[in-house]
Design a protein around this ligand. Structure first.
Ligand SMILES: [Zn+2]
Length: 97
């Protein structure tokens, strides 16, 4: 299932990532959305994020943080996504919750 409005249709409601190459466009997508104020980050997991609570603070290219774990809402339609990317192991998932 993909996202539910024009702003978040690219967020891939329920999908998994099997390699780092698959994650890079997605990381840039949500980072861009964060910079453009199309998403609202809620409840970042402080255990993982530490000083990196802001998506916009993630670099524009690898290496990325070992774990990228965010819950965010699409400001336009209010749908909530949970993204867990294990960059270190090259696996991850995006869920519409
Ligand atoms: Zn939306």
């Amino acid at each position: 299932m993909s996202g539910t409005c024009m702003d978040c249709k690219g967020f891939k409601g329920n999908c998994s990532f099997e390699s780092r190459d698959e994650m890079i466009p997605y990381i840039n997508l949500i980072k861009e959305a964060s910079i453009k104020n199309k998403i609202n980050i809620i409840d970042p997991d402080e255990q993982y994020q530490n000083s990196n609570k802001d998506l916009a603070g993630i670099g524009s290219e690898p290496p990325y943080p070992d774990i990228i774990f965010y819950k965010f809402a699409c400001i336009n339609c209010g749908k909530i996504y949970r993204v867990f990317l294990d960059w270190y192991h090259g696996k991850g998932e995006s869920k519409l919750i």
